[in-house]
Design a protein around this ligand. Structure first.
Ligand code: SAM
Length: 267
């Protein structure tokens, strides 16, 4: 079947995507579980920082690899050839994900380092403060056949003071305002998702987010006239996403004039 656009599907993304036609999506942004919840570490009980202690984030390594193979194979099938796939991760899971992308012989266009200047401090003082996450930019085609992936070069420059954009992005955690619709432990900043959507997709493209959490992808896609499809298994997170979508309001990028990008952006 053809998936419906501008709709949140509630449930397991692997089972849901299995029902969809091949090549029915233009691009995908995937922010899968990081597989860090079951690791023993320091308690943050006295910290105001959020830690991830969620059931959705607990796998053995073998389970995680198998889970990644399954969802990524479905994404590969439903996304059109040469569509963009952006996959988020931290050092805990990004190497396993990269291994599977290579196993599937897909083209890696770039990796992006997201530097969080306001990352939480390391209270052990025995290592560096972990303040980066990674995004693998994949073109949905075999390495030697990949071509013509969407990259809006002029927009990337415009978003970067008219200079060529580098692959290290300094963007703080979501502001209080962005998080005011409810708590999600790994909500992504609007600014970060905006960069991806403006640079790597075009108006009216269909963007899938198969682990949509608080709905950041849908909020940004809606703001910039893209179609979106989100899948999230937790009804509480979907409630947050629905509230955010009711109030789509974008402050980024401030330096762009609306008409330059023909933004459809409403409160
Ligand atoms: C890292 S978070 C995504 C956060 C999101 N990018 C945001 O900005 O809010 C991963 C999400 O995937 C969901 N999830 C985990 N396994 C899933 C599955 N098999 N199918 C659908 N959603 C799943 C979790 O409930 C969680 O909300």
């Amino acid at each position: 079947m053809i998936p419906e656009t501008n709709k949140i599907y509630e449930g397991n993304c692997i089972e849901i995507m299995r029902k969809w036609d091949d090549n029915s999506i233009d691009h995908c942004i995937a922010d899968p579980p990081y597989n860090i919840s079951n690791r023993k570490g320091l308690s943050w009980a006295f910290s105001k920082h959020i830690t991830i202690e969620e059931k959705w984030d607990s796998f053995t390594r073998e389970e995680y690899i198998e889970f990644t193979r399954e969802w990524l194979s479905e994404v590969h099938r439903v996304v059109k050839p040469n569509g963009n796939i952006f996959i988020f991760g931290s050092y805990h899971n990004i190497y396993d994900i990269g291994y599977i992308v290579n196993e599937m012989d897909l083209k890696i266009v770039n990796s992006i380092v997201w530097f969080k200047p306001n990352a939480q401090p390391n209270i052990t003082c025995r290592m560096f403060t972990e303040s980066t996450e990674y995004i693998i930019w994949v073109c949905n085609e075999n390495k030697n056949k990949a071509k013509n992936w969407t990259f809006n070069y002029e927009i990337s420059k415009m978003l970067n003071g008219n200079k060529q954009m580098r692959n290290v992005w300094t963007i703080p955690y979501p502001s209080k305002k962005e998080r005011s619709y409810g708590k999600h432990p790994s909500q992504k900043p609007i600014e970060l998702i905006s960069r991806i959507i403006l640079i790597a997709t075009n108006k009216n493209d269909i963007i899938l987010d198969c682990f949509s959490g608080s709905g950041t992808t849908g909020v940004v896609a809606q703001s910039y006239g893209r179609k979106w499809i989100m899948i999230e298994k937790n009804p509480e997170y979907n409630e947050i996403a629905r509230e955010r979508l009711k109030n789509v309001h974008l402050e980024y990028p401030k330096q762009l004039v609306d008409t330059e990008l023909d933004l459809v952006y409403k409160e």
